[in-house]
Design a binder for this molecule. Structure first.
Ligand code: ATP
Ligand code: MG
Length: 273
């Protein structure tokens, strides 16, 4: 298999034939202070993809996610977001496109001292005027919409609680509700379950994959999630990319992934998987 031709399932092939990529990388590389973090990355993310990024620590997963959401610019290569070249558009157009990409982090990145509704409404900041955003801190705006996304993530009753009084799993749900408020076409998640127990991890993965791929709620969305837990990657994602030393070692449908590919990714014995 050539590195630029992923092994796809039948569903993934029909997805690609019927839609344009949401995100596309051509020969993307990135160096930090002269040290290569990623090199020669070719990658397309399509609507409906549930894509896991796996690989050892330092492989470049977080760097790839930061390039995908535009918070980092590539040292070389080109990136298209919804068909537009990220480096050939104005800052205003770039910010508009970035609103189509929502990111969830391992540490949730919430403002703990605020009530849940304010963290959820932070997903509106790209489209609200500054006066409305400031007013909302005193008198919460669009409460019904916030309530609706909190219902989607299963914690509607927490809307007026202080965020730091929620459990880790509940806080991750608030972070997901904030991204849903933003209503992006791509959801990126960097180790979203790393600090959760196995049961909460499973619930969060179920929620993320439902929101991205269910015909009722997530049509057209894509999920790209970095994971250290290979079992979760296999259980919840239908495409897996293996990164090692800043390069893609494999990009294939989960059903096609073979144990030896994971073994060489981590250079471990077959009994460990
Ligand atoms: N801000 C930075 N400044 C300098 N080097 C960095 C920076 N961020 C990442 N790197 C380097 O880039 C490489 C890739 O790091 P990255 O964080 O993307 O790996 P990762 O696969 O996400 O690892 P982990 O599984 O531990 O989160 C590493 O060698 C890392 O040290
Ligand atoms: Mg990382």
């Amino acid at each position: 298999m050539s590195l630029s031709e992923p092994q796809l399932s039948v569903g993934q092939i029909s997805n690609r034939l019927s839609s344009e990529p949401l995100l596309s990388f051509q020969q993307v590389s990135h160096q930090f202070q002269g040290q290569t973090a990623l090199s020669g990355i070719n990658l397309q993310v399509y609507p409906g993809d549930r894509l896991a990024l796996v690989g050892p620590s330092g492989a470049g997963k977080s760097t790839l996610l930061r390039l995908l959401n535009g918070s980092l610019s590539p040292s070389q290569g080109s990136i298209q977001v919804l068909g537009r070249d990220f480096n050939q558009i104005s800052n205003r157009q770039r910010r508009k496109l970035q609103r189509q990409i929502g990111t969830i982090y391992q540490q949730f990145n919430l403002i703990n001292s605020l009530r849940v509704i304010h963290n959820v409404n932070a997903g509106n900041l790209g489209r609200w005027s500054l006066p409305k955003a400031i007013l909302s801190l005193a008198i919460p705006q669009e409460v019904a919409a916030a309530q609706a996304v909190l219902t989607q993530v299963g914690i509607p009753e927490k809307i007026f609680e202080r965020t730091d009084q929620l459990s880790g799993g509940q806080q991750q749900r608030v972070a997901i509700a904030r991204v849903l408020t933003q209503n992006p076409q791509v959801i990126l998640a960097d180790e979203p379950i790393a600090s959760l127990d196995p049961e909460r991890s499973r619930e969060i993965m179920e929620l993320l994959t439902q929101l991205c791929a269910s015909p009722n709620t997530g049509k057209g969305r894509a999920l790209v999630v970095s994971l250290h837990d290979l079992e979760m990657a296999r259980d919840w994602c239908d495409r897996i990319i293996g990164l090692r030393n800043g390069q893609i070692c494999f990009d294939c449908a989960t059903a096609e992934l073979e144990n030896h590919q994971l073994e060489s990714l981590y250079q471990i014995g077959s009994s460990s998987i």
